[in-house]
Write a protein that binds this ligand. Sequence first.
Ligand SMILES: [Zn+2]
Length: 88
Amino acid sequence: MGSKALPDKCPLCGGTKKAGKTTFTVDLGFGVVVVRDVPATVCSQCGMDWIEDRIASKLEKIVNDARQKHLTVEITTLSEVGVMSELV
Ligand SMILES: [Zn+2]
């Protein structure tokens, strides 16, 4: 396989980007949302991460949900909301 379409250099530091996982955190003001195990492309040098659009829209739903429920702290993982199965 190998990467052909995606530029595999980090635009910030020139480090190597690779598939990994990141933790997504949002401060809502009244509370925080933390989503763990988010699939992302991560720079091995500076740790900068890039999240795919469809993953980002899932995160947005989680954030909106937490905002509506007015949760002070919401800690979840993407696998709990069924994203992993959709990706396969
Ligand atoms: Zn980098």
